[in-house]
Ligand binder design. Structure first.
Ligand SMILES: Cc1cc2nc3c(=O)[nH]c(=O)nc-3n(C[C@H](O)[C@H](O)[C@H](O)COP(=O)(O)OP(=O)(O)OC[C@H]3O[C@@H](n4cnc5c(N)ncnc54)[C@H](O)[C@@H]3O)c2cc1C
Length: 258
């Protein structure tokens, strides 16, 4: 990495200079629709997506205008990527009036959006034979993309949804030996107690288990602590905080840390 690079800048040139393995994506919006009451799906097409390679669960950093005129990056999981057609979707959880969700709901067909990707360093563990994905509504796309990419062994999902009508079930690959999905609803965003309660009743003693936790900052920490206390090996837990209760994500797209 070039030592002259500004590590806090979020313009495309700076991101391309300091992030390994990413490319510039000019993403033309082809549709934006409300899939459920609390989920907006934005679809894109781009020559930059033809032949584009992303692992399940990886994401793009989208350039978002704020009401103040400032611009920020927001990260959204790459969903329904079709590298032959050059198309993809993002699934945006609706929760209030954040910059990202406001942009998603007002996105206009034909607009070209500045994206950078793929991002994300926590792929499905190919050596595991049991996969448990735990996430909240913001991590729905990541959970479904990753869970459906598992082609052997056992796979399970536990996802919390703001309302029962928001529930979207995973589609598991035919090769898996067993699969289960648990949808928890209605859950107030940021409340991890139902996820923890569900986890408390799970058998986590199986060999070659890998757990993936993608959710609000405090939920990720609480679930990780619960998994560790149940004897799950630290190396068998992948965690990624997506947002933080009561605080906006930083301009580079990450939730604030302590
Ligand atoms: C690797 C990664 C992948 C991500 N993938 C997705 C994805 O596929 N879909 C997706 O929706 N989000 C995803 N996120 C989160 C996303 O990037 C934004 O943080 C989120 O959309 C909120 O941005 P915002 O600008 O709307 O709100 P912000 O300005 O960041 O926050 C405004 C307020 O809303 C609250 N808030 C933020 N998010 C939520 C929420 N989900 N529920 C309730 N309250 C919230 C905050 O606590 C704050 O008080 C991902 C984040 C990361 C780091």
């Amino acid at each position: 990495m070039n030592p002259e690079v500004n590590k806090s800048a979020t313009d495309r040139a700076s991101l391309l200079a300091r992030l390994d393995g990413v490319s510039a994506l000019d993403l033309a919006i082809t549709s934006s629709h409300r899939r459920t009451e609390h989920l907006q799906v934005v679809s894109f097409e781009s020559p930059d997506l033809v032949g584009f390679v992303a692992l399940p669960g990886q994401d793009v950093m989208i350039d978002i205008p704020m009401a103040t005129g400032q611009r920020v990056r927001r990260r959204y999981t790459i969903a329904a990527l079709n590298p032959d057609a050059g198309t993809m979707e993002i699934w945006v959880a609706l929760h209030g009036n954040g910059a990202g969700e406001t942009w998603a709901q007002t996105a206009k067909v034909g607009q070209v959006i500045d994206g950078v990707g793929p991002r994300g360093k926590l792929p499905v563990n190919e050596t595991a034979s049991q996969h448990l994905f735990i996430g909240d509504h913001a991590a729905l796309a990541a959970t479904l993309e990753m869970a459906s990419s598992v082609t052997r062994g056992s796979v399970g999902t536990i996802v919390s949804f703001p309302h029962q009508d928001d529930v979207i079930e995973p589609v598991f690959a035919p090769g898996v030996t067993s699969s289960s999905s648990t949808a928890l609803s209605p859950i107030t965003p940021g409340d991890g107690s139902a996820l923890l309660h569900e986890l408390a009743h799970r058998d986590l003693s199986m060999p070659r288990l890998h757990c993936y936790v993608n959710a609000e900052f405090g939920i990720v920490n609480a679930v990780k602590a619960a998994l560790l206390s149940r004897g799950v090996d630290r190396d068998a837990i992948s965690t990624k905080p997506y947002w933080r209760l009561g605080a906006s994500n930083a301009p580079h797209g990450e939730p604030p840390k302590d």
